[in-house]
Design a protein around this ligand. Sequence first.
Ligand code: ATP
Ligand code: MG
Length: 268
Amino acid sequence: MTSPSVPPDHPRAESLRVREKLIERYHEGVVASAGLIAHGRGEAFDYLMGEKTTGPALRAIEAAAAAIITAKKPVISVNGNVVALAAEDVVKLSQVTGARIEVNLYYRSLERERAIKKILERAGASEVLGVGKDASARIPELGSERRRVDPHGILVADVVLVPLEDGDRTEALVKMGKRVIAVDLNPLSRTARKASITIVDNIIRATPKLTKTAGILRKQGRKNPADILRNFDNKKNLAESFALIHRRLLKLAKEKKHSTLEDEKLDL
Ligand code: ATP
Ligand code: MG
């Protein structure tokens, strides 16, 4: 990600570059205005967790990979923020696992759907479901445009990956009997609590790890995906994230000097 307006030596350069990218995509009509707010909420939780993939997140990623590779009809649901932050990574995940990609938006408009599809195609996607008339099916129990889905995608999927999702839709998909995998930095969100598997991590870090893990699990045969899934408890995993934040804040509270996130990273 490059942006001329972010000085490379700025201590928060990467975070600022990500923001610039989202703002750029917002002006292109890809990211919704509420998507910028959602990103800020995510950033706050990322700070609390030290901006790195945690142990509980790694275990959730392994369970998610097991779920996707053993699914009959896995689908990756994408919105504006997802393509702005991880279009190439989502396409790679789809190629490695065979999961189909579907556009699903809280704020639907044909222009936004098409713009998202274009970015995905530029990133190498050969198929993008859920655009325009293709989103002709409806999820029960949901109002508004959010319920529109592709009859060949989310409607018939057994496993749906929903990064940066809204709680209501997560709950509705679970009620339809689907295994729902969320990627959400906020372990307190309704999405995080309602999903079958919650990866509490930044989508930018989690997606390549998910792809790599799915590839390894697929080839190896050393670890049985069914065993991984049987042993995974989402409630317990979320509790581990809460405990991790708690421990980290206690440690910071006891420190004599006030170190920044960057100081901590240097200490590692
Ligand atoms: P919920 O409806 O699940 O209770 P919410 O209303 O607080 O959540 P939404 O706007 O519906 O939030 O969903 C956006 C979610 O995406 C937020 O919980 C936010 O923490 C998360 N999020 C934002 N950016 C990222 C990111 N880069 N990676 C992972 N999660 C993110
Ligand atoms: Mg919400």
